[in-house]
Design a protein around this ligand. Structure first.
Ligand SMILES: Cc1ncc(COP(=O)(O)O)c(C=O)c1O
Length: 408
């Protein structure tokens, strides 16, 4: 309540202890099972300069997918050797930027990029290390929009084309291929899918060693661990995720007589998701007797498009009515001009009145990073809370910000 009063709503609140705790948990759970692991945070889940600074202090690397994410990393002096550059359509300019700034790895997605990268690295006079992104053809049964490792995915080399890609990469003088990456999707509950995909890629690595003398030094099985958005959908733990990845990698490497490669994992959602809470103020209500009661809040799909895009579900509490037990069923609607702008359909909450503050936990991932200015709305403020103190880490947009790029 105090934060909403001080900073206004919609407001995104990140808890620094949770963020740092998740970084440490990833580090420890992997170090215990597979010491040669680098944890890199997937910026697409949400990044800004304050968060990048925290990940730097925690010793993580970063997975970036655009010149913009790279620029944020650069702005906090992030150690570039721990930055991995992903993306299925990197531009020449982005590749020049990445190589010029000395990123650790470029994760090559397609044949055009292989040629482009060779040219850009040659011009820069460097030998750039990187991985090939493979699409292992494994379906982890998450939402179709965030399934990325099936054969029909837009990302990576299908395993059937991977040999040609490897041969081309190995013949390059300016791109040094040191391993493979895959990312099968996001919000994944079925950890067995990782086992399946790792086996496919390791078999391929062993085959390429025999055929081309390929040295498999580094392996990245991406990110994707689910988080629990609602009490009825418990997600696997970081320890369970680490166990499946590490044990499969160790066992399969042994079976195939491969030296276990250095491991790179790329969690996004499972680091930042539960560290963030969104606060909204209740405004108008509309009751359609016998059908539905809508309660509208001052944000919605412009700051969190996930329910509208994927049909995702959230839970909520009323910050100023935490003790009330008399509940009614409502639908929390956003304020934007689409009927699909619903944040939570059918949730039991204390009777709501204008001015009440609704808090939606689990809002740290893929909300702000996909936020828009729909309806010329202003993007929310963000605060970081630590030891009971709140620090503004992004101010709310103003009308001036909104119009700052318009030319009349
Ligand atoms: C290549 C890559 N790595 C890592 C991630 C992070 O996934 P998540 O936030 O589900 O951990 C993504 C997101 O889809 C991705 O595309």
């Amino acid at each position: 309540m105090a934060l909403a009063a001080e900073f206004g709503t919609p407001l995104y609140v990140f808890d620094e202890a949770t963020l740092r705790g998740k970084c440490a948990e990833y580090g420890e759970e992997f170090a215990r099972r597979y010491p040669d692991t680098l944890v890199i945070y997937a910026c697409k889940a949400f990044i800004n300069r304050a968060l990048a600074q925290i990940f730097k202090e925690e010793g993580l690397g970063l997975d970036v997918v655009s010149g913009g994410e790279l620029a944020i990393a650069k702005s906090v002096d992030f150690p570039m050797e721990r930055v991995y550059f992903h993306g299925n359509n990197k531009s020449r300019r982005e590749l020049e930027q990445a190589i010029g700034w000395g990123v650790g790895r470029i994760v090559v997605d397609n044949f055009l990029e292989l040629s482009l990268l060779d040219e850009v690295a040659k011009e820069a006079g460097v030998s750039q290390e990187g991985l090939l992104r493979l699409s292992p053809g494994v379906d982890p049964h998450t939402h179709a929009y965030i399934t990325t490792g099936v054969i029909e995915s837009k990302f990576g080399f299908p395993i059937a084309e991977a040999e040609e890609a490897l041969a081309k990469a190995m013949s390059s003088s300016y791109f040094e291929l040191i391993g493979f990456h895959f990312h099968i999707g996001s919000q994944i509950f079925e950890l067995e899918s990782y086992r399946e995909a790792i086996e496919i890629v390791l078999r391929f690595a062993a085959e390429m060693r025999s055929k081309y003398g390929f040295k498999f030094e580094e392996f990245s099985p991406g990110g994707g661990l689910a988080i629990s958005y609602t009490q009825d959908s418990p997600a696997p733990t970081i320890a369970e995720f680490a166990e499946v990845i590490s044990s499969t990698l160790l066992e399969k490497s042994k079976d195939l007589s491969l030296e276990p490669p250095r491991l790179v994992i790329e969690p996004g959602r499972s680091i930042v998701g539960q560290a963030g809470v969104a606060l909204y103020t209740v405004g108008a209500t509309k009751e359609i007797p016998g059908l539905r009661k809508y309660v509208s809040v001052d944000g919605g799909m412009a700051d969190n498009i996930r329910p509208a895009l994927y049909g995702d579900r959230y839970e909520a509490v009323v910050a100023n009515k935490m003790e009330e037990e008399d509940l009614e069923r409502v639908t929390i609607a956003g304020k934007f001009c689409q009927s699909g702008d619903i944040l939570i359909k059918d949730i039991d909450l204390p009777k709501l009145a204008p001015g009440d503050i609704i808090a939606i936990p689990g809002s740290g991932a893929y909300c702000l990073s996909m936020a828009s200015n729909y309806n010329a709305s202003l993007k929310p403020a963000i605060v970081l809370v630590k030891d009971g103190e709140a620090r503004l880490i992004r101010r709310r947009e103003s009308y001036e910000d909104l119009m700052s790029h318009d030319l009349v």
